[in-house]
Design a protein around this ligand. Structure first.
Ligand code: ADE
Ligand code: ZN
Length: 328
């Protein structure tokens, strides 16, 4: 039994990180871009740890050079998501890789991605929204420029501002200015925390940045006071179990805390993060959760309901997605 055709909503998906290896190779070939060290002998993304993962991730983006490339990427990613039953996704997309934080260029990239997303919505029944994303290890100054791009384009499609990258670089508070700017522009806020930085990083994200969702957040399980804080602020976790296991945050699926977080009363959702890097799909995430923890239809309905409640799109869009997720 596979959950492939079960409808799904996914909140934590990096657009560049979802690029299939063959797609990046083809683009690089067209442009004569060298991708030394990006792929292993089997053609998969090559990395041994999180540090190498971040380097390979950025190296692969060298093939993505224009709004047209990002439109093609959007189409390829949405086709893969739709084939795995995803009817709604939010994607991290970075002004860094889309015109290096130049607002005019960023708007051109966004227009191209949005056109591709609208076409996929019409033809495949999958809706996409964007979360403009800063890269933590690039530092607070570049984050401010990314936040400005996000603020300038806040609206129906760019619905959130987020931060990924090396969680051990600086503190969450170093980025408070950027998150304040995004909040004032009406954007919803999320940041990667508690993937590598322990429960304190999650506390900082809630207290210093005021986010409504946390990317990963799984290490909160180590501190009951952080669990209480998450619940008190009604924060939802974007949990990506397959990513955590591939990157060795946990040794295996049985050790993953997603069920313990649920038992503790935390609202969790399920996402893939960077599916081809981690050899996963939303189908595989659901299937592995079913195999490991005995989750059944009602558990996955709860994941979808949590995702819909915490989604950053408008209520009108949520109403459409709710119908697609309703299996009755
Ligand atoms: N960027 C893409 N994937 C990421 C992850 N798992 N953690 C931090 N930054 C990322
Ligand atoms: Zn991520």
């Amino acid at each position: 039994m596979s959950y492939q055709s079960f409808p799904k909503a996914e909140l934590h998906l990096h657009l560049e990180g979802a690029a299939p290896p063959h797609f990046i190779r083809e683009l690089a070939g067209e442009k004569g871009v060298s991708l030394d060290g990006v792929f292993d002998e089997n053609g998969a993304y090559a990395y041994r740890d999180f540090g190498e993962f971040l380097k390979v991730y950025e190296a692969a983006t060298a093939a993505l050079q224009s709004p047209e490339d990002f439109a093609r990427l959007t189409t390829a990613v949405l086709e893969e998501c739709a084939a795995n039953g995803v009817v709604y996704a939010e994607t991290f997309v970075s002004p860094e890789f889309c015109g290096q934080r130049d607002i005019v260029a960023w708007k051109e990239y966004l227009a191209a991605m949005q056109e591709a997303a609208d076409k996929a919505d019409r033809e495949l029944g999958i809706t996409l929204r964007g979360i403009a994303t800063a890269i933590r290890h690039d530092g607070p100054e570049k984050a401010k420029q990314s936040a400005l791009c996000a603020a300038e384009t806040a609206g129906d499609w760019i619905v959130g501002f987020g931060m990924g990258g090396d969680e051990m670089a600086g503190t969450q508070k170093d980025f408070a200015y950027s998150f304040d700017m995004a909040r004032e522009a009406g954007l919803h806020l999320t940041t990667h925390a508690g993937e590598w930085g322990g429960p304190q990083s999650v506390r900082d994200a809630i207290v210093d940045l005021g986010v409504s969702r946390i990317g990963h957040g799984v290490q909160s399980i180590q501190d009951p006071t952080v669990i209480d804080l998450i619940k008190a602020h009604d924060v939802t976790l974007e949990v990506c179990p397959g990513s955590n296991i591939s990157l060795n945050v946990y040794d295996d699926w049985k050790k993953h805390p997603i069920q313990r977080l649920r038992d503790a009363g935390v609202k969790v959702t399920v996402s893939t993060d960077d599916p081809p890097f981690f050899h996963t799909t939303m189908t595989r995430e659901f299937d592995m959760l079913a195999a490991t923890f005995g989750w059944a239809d009602a558990d996955f309905d709860e994941m979808n309901a949590n995702a819909l409640a915490a989604a950053y799109c408008s209520q009108a869009t949520k109403d459409v997605i709710a119908k697609r997720l309703d299996r009755s």
